[in-house]
Design a protein around this ligand. Structure first.
Ligand code: CAA
Length: 397
């Protein structure tokens, strides 16, 4: 584990200091992600976006490079890396293609981490291994047509039939629904117990009775595959239930704490990618006899964007550090997710503005980043849900 943000005791004073340097390994991981994104992902990103083509080859390559099982224990084929490295890699991949980084985020921080933290040895052996090296990818099935933000009101049922459960219902907006092989499904077993009757199951996508709705034609992140998933009398073995009977809602909430660090880092990457593009453009584009970066109207926009990106990065790294230290992270990850998503929208909008007319056409990439930013304010808990989490913690203090 690398803990770049570890509080260290200074040798020459009795004070504690913060270390803001990345370790050599963290820097190597960041650079590897950057190289892949800038050399490979960039090549066909516009075509993938326009035609909503799933990035099959890139997912395979990222699996081989170790980016799909970054934090998982090497015992299960994972990279054993820290969450700080994960944030750095997510930022670099998201600068170029957030459709790819959402697949990475769901796989690493919802599915892998959920199974590793709360699954038993049998479940880890059977399901985690193929998910850490990209042989399989995972999806997290919590949202429903009538249970998005209000996640306690699960309508999908998991009827206890003795040695198996019978699943019925519909899940909505599921990232990687078609390409994933392993689903984590949240469903209600004891409605009379409300959220305390909910369970979580690991379900093979090929189980009879599972069917998919059409590919959602999204505004952004168009090449990640999003579908609704229908369950009709789907038999799931009891050994596939995660944790004790009724643990499912707590499981979902705990897993989302870590997942939100992934999406926060994605939003950070979208924003910092837009900042990089806008800065480069402003140094090249001339108007009124000089490069537009020399006009204060543009320079101050870039300055405001840079401050927001840096704040978002610090929030993401703080949440990651807390997770690595096994300290409470719910509020930190909610803050990182809310702030990074909101500033991603602001920063990408300004990046389009700086590009002027060129910003509004596909060739310059910033309009795609702006479309992608919008989704980060919606999925894995809307910005408003993050404010519920943060404000309730304030009320408790
Ligand atoms: N850890 C452990 N338990 C938690 C918890 C946490 N972080 N947060 C809540 N809980 C527990 C509470 O203690 C409570 O349990 P008890 O009654 O047993 O004490 C229970 O959960 C219910 O909590 P609340 O009363 O706070 O529930 P609520 O309905 O008022 O609000 C919410 C909860 C925060 C709004 C929650 O429903 C939520 O997070 N909603 C958003 C769901 C979401 O993020 N969906 C994303 C889908 S996945 C996705 O998007 C993936 C992708 O494709 C990219």
């Amino acid at each position: 584990m690398h803990n770049k943000y570890k509080t260290q005791k200074a040798t020459n004073t009795k004070q504690y200091i913060m270390n803001f340097e990345y370790t050599e390994e963290q820097e190597m991981i960041r650079q590897a992600a950057r190289d892949y994104a800038q050399r490979e992902l960039i090549k066909d990103v516009s075509e993938r976006d326009e035609k909503a083509i799933f990035p099959t080859e890139h997912v395979k390559a990222l699996g081989e490079l170790g980016f799909l099982g970054m934090m998982a224990d090497p015992e299960y084929g994972g990279g054993g890396m820290d969450t700080v490295s994960y944030v750095l890699a997510m930022e670099e991949i998201s600068k170029i293609d957030a459709s790819v980084s959402v697949i990475m985020s769901v796989n690493n921080s919802l599915v892998n981490w959920g199974i590793e933290m709360y699954g038993n040895d049998f479940q880890k052996d059977k399901f985690l291994r193929p998910l850490t090296d990209g042989r399989k990818i995972g999806a997290f099935l919590l949202s429903e047509p009538e249970a998005g933000s209000d996640a306690t009101h699960q309508h999908t049922t998991a009827e206890d039939k003795g040695d198996y459960y019978l699943l019925n219902g519909t899940k909505n907006w599921i990232t990687s629904a078609n390409s994933a092989s392993t689903y984590i499904v949240i469903a209600q077993t004891h409605p009379e117990l409300k959220h305390r009757g909910i369970n979580a199951f690991i379900v093979d996508k090929d189980t009879p009775g599972i069917s998919l709705g059409p590919h959602e034609d999204k505004m952004g992140m168009r090449s990640s595959d999003t579908h609704s998933v229908m369950f009709t009398d789907v038999k799931v073995s009891k050994e596939n239930r995660i944790g004790e009977d009724g643990f499912g809602f707590k499981f979902a909430m705990k897993v989302l704490e870590g997942g939100r660090i992934g999406i926060a880092s994605q939003a950070l990457g979208i924003a910092s990618g837009a900042l990089e593009l806008a800065t480069k453009y402003a140094k090249e584009r001339k108007a009124f006899g000089t490069e537009i970066i020399n006009h204060q109207a543009i320079a101050f926009k870039l300055s405001d964007m840079a401050v927001k990106v840096e704040n978002a990065r610090n929030l993401c790294l703080k949440a990651a550090w807390l997770k690595d230290q096994h300290k409470p992270m719910a509020v930190a990850s909610a803050m990182a997710k809310q702030y990074a998503a909101d500033i991603a929208m602001e920063v990408t909008t300004e990046a389009v503005q700086i590009h002027g007319g060129y910003g509004y056409v596909r060739e310059y990439h910033v309009e795609r980043l702006m479309r992608e930013a919008k989704l980060t304010q919606i999925y894995e808990g809307t910005s408003e849900v993050q404010k519920i989490v943060i404000s309730r913690a304030l009320a408790k203090d």
